[in-house]
Design a protein around this ligand. Sequence first.
Ligand code: AHN
Ligand code: ZN
Length: 352
Amino acid sequence: MGTRVNAGARAGVVGRSRRRRKTPLFPLLLPLLFISCQTDQPEQGGTPAVVPEAPALPPTPVFDADSAYAFVAKQVAFGPRVPGSRAHTACGDWMVQRLKAAGAQVVEQTGTVISYNKERLPLRNIIGQFHPERKERILLLAHWDTRPFADKDDERTNEPIDGANDGGSGVGVLLEIARHIAAKEHGPGVDILFTDVEDHGQPSGAMAFDEHSIDTWCLGSQYWVKNPHVPGYKARFGILLDMVGAKDARFHQEAFSMQYAPAIVRKVWKTGEALGYGDRFVPETKYFVGIDDHVPVNKVLRIPTIDIIEYDPQTQAFGPYWHTHDDSMDVIDRASLEAVGRTVLEVVWKER
Ligand code: AHN
Ligand code: ZN
């Protein structure tokens, strides 16, 4: 944490000197007083306060969109990451390797969960911890499993989807951010959580808002909040990425995020705008509900956690590729990965 210069103390010293010595020094001290008024007492001088700055941070590392894109392509190349499949295991192994190569301490959490249709599914949450000794933490998360069917498609509805955007994009962006985080010597440590079995939810009525519909979705994050990798786990805030890589993706402010973590939403959307992505980070709260991994994190662990998720208020739906076979590398655009990746990395980096 940065140390702040105490400006009030400086002003106090000047004030005391004035009281003790009388007239002879007064003309000499007058300019000093004037400076002190300027910087510390704007209400008197009429000049805006100059808040003493904390020591400068090293520049934010450059988020490489090509690298993030390659990380998405790599996941898709394994095949659909359906829990229990060989592609899922191989992709998970590769993600662990990437996190370790970036300098993370990796914890894996395995178990069994029961799906909406009573199937037993193996679960593998993957957590990459950066600077785990630091008490203050930031949580970044994305699901890495892909939907086992294409229930929103007209064809081949029983076949698993590529999940390039739904699954692949969040992981791709976070693996690229991971490459830079070990170099963050200041401020909170960072945990990157890849949740499993998010997307195995009950097919019908998927878009309907129902407090209970969460039950069949987000099984990995529901497991993690009950069994966090560190007992009593806490973080300053959390950011979930879900479907962040489609061409021209726009992000409205999701309802649960606004309910539980409005300050974090504003911080992220403001940062996005400051970086030139105001057209994508639309500062409007739309009443759509991402029944998503941030919900259990907010409800159970009470970590203010937001969801950056593409949603189209015009159609009142996620992208047209959603849960269809169109969710392939064809929908992924480097510019979208870059907008989200730069924004999230900036927010994390500026945290001291
Ligand atoms: C629903 O709102 C049902 N699902 C949003 C969570 C999700 C599914 N994200 C990706 N796939
Ligand atoms: Zn999905």
